[in-house]
Design a protein around this ligand. Structure first.
Ligand code: SF4
Ligand code: SF4
Length: 368
């Protein structure tokens, strides 16, 4: 049973600060001491003012930073934004101004360290500052997400993957959302946030998580030491089954989420929250997804004149779908998950994604 604390709140700073302090105390903030290196990870997706609900509200970030500083610890605020520069986001979001005068270090994630996350990903490069912090405070924004339904506590930690590695993984999400959810869960496990506080005071509904979404007042903060538990509470609040959020589903399958959550406070019912339209990558009944992927989605192919049999592709392939026989490599397209990692890692440009004949014909028919 995991505890999720829910508190009604507004962004009025004198009223918000004691609420955040209470949450921090209840969520083990007492372990923060003068020698603790604390990393605060808000959602800094893109430059946007607070009223657009794209980033974690500056007052939430400030209250958490003040709590950390009052404990005598060092506070660092970091993220690796998907769109726009880190500095621009700090300015447009109002975080720079809100924290002016506080001895806080603002630093964009840059250096990564390889972290072993086992199969099928093996290793993922995660921001060194996140991995090496003593306490990581995860401050997601409650938003919709057109690929993953919602972006909450577990998903927010994807920002700990630095720079260009992120779109690589997003690309793979387009192929297999469940695979992407698995990665998100692995990253969350690797980063091990100590405290998660979801900013759901001004949430986002519709076609989030960027400016395509619509701000929606929900008036709550949800805190937990377990990010998956906080995410489950949000699903309950929105009236959707917990496992509809794929990261929850993966956590449940792998025994990583609590069997149940205990809510401290009043969880409002937000039944008319507009979820995003998620464009299916594959369509039709689940039973035929494998067939559709095999026959309609572009597949990796090798230009044998360029291949040097260097082994990079078959060593990297997460599905172990590549073998080599004699002077040729061979793809097992039934196993291949179309992640295109092999194309990225081939040092000789021998691999590319090619449309299948069935795919070409189907697309022409659809256009007609
Ligand atoms: S990585 Fe490229 S060059 Fe190396 S074996 Fe694979 S296809 Fe051939
Ligand atoms: S063969 Fe290439 S695209 Fe297919 S699973 Fe392996 S790495 Fe991914």
């Amino acid at each position: 049973m995991a505890l999720v604390i829910v508190r009604k709140a507004t962004y009025n700073y004198p009223a918000l600060r004691p609420v955040i302090f209470e949450l921090m105390d209840m969520l083990g903030g007492g372990r923060i001491r003068s020698s603790t290196r604390v990393l605060i990870k808000p959602n800094l997706l893109a430059p946007a003012p607070p009223e657009k609900a794209v980033v974690t509200h500056p007052h939430v970030v400030r209250a958490v930073a003040e709590y950390v500083l009052e404990k005598g610890a060092t506070a660092q605020i970091s993220d690796s934004p998907a769109v726009g520069s880190f500095e621009k986001i700090l300015k447009e979001s109002g975080i720079r101004d809100a924290l002016a005068g506080l001895p806080v270090l603002f630093r964009e994630f840059d250096e990564s360290v390889p972290v072993s996350i086992n199969k099928p990903f093996e290793k993922v490069e995660i921001a060194a500052d996140a991995v090496n912090s003593h306490v990581l405070i995860n401050l997601p924004k409650l938003k919709t997400h057109t690929q993953m339904l919602l972006t909450l506590g577990v998903k927010n930690l994807f920002g700990c993957i630095v720079g260009l590695r992120k779109p690589e993984w997003h690309l793979r999400a387009g192929v297999d959302r469940e695979m992407f959810a698995r990665l998100l869960v692995k990253v969350c496990q690797a980063v091990k946030p100590s405290i998660t506080i979801i900013d759901g005071i001004l949430a986002m509904e519709g076609q989030g998580p960027g400016k395509g979404g619509t701000p929606r007042h929900a008036g709550v903060l949800l805190g937990s030491e377990n990010p998956a538990a906080a995410d489950m509470a949000v699903c309950r609040m929105l009236g959707i089954p917990a496992d509809r959020l794929l990261t929850n589903k993966i956590c449940m399958e792998q025994g990583l989420s609590p069997e149940d959550i205990r809510i401290d406070g009043d969880l409002p019912a937000v039944g008319d929250f507009r979820l995003p339209d998620i464009t299916p990558v594959v369509f039709g009944p689940r039973l035929v997804h494998g067939f559709l992927r095999r026959h309609l989605v572009q597949r990796p192919e090798c230009d044998e004149s360029l291949c040097k049999l260097c082994s990079e592709c078959w060593k990297y392939c997460p599905a172990q779908a590549i073998t080599h026989r004699g002077t040729k490599i061979h793809f097992d397209y039934d196993r291949c998950i179309r992640c295109y990692c092999c194309i990225e890692v081939c040092p000789h440009g021998a691999l590319s994604a090619r449309e299948t004949v069935t795919g070409k014909v189907s697309r022409k028919l659809l256009r007609l």
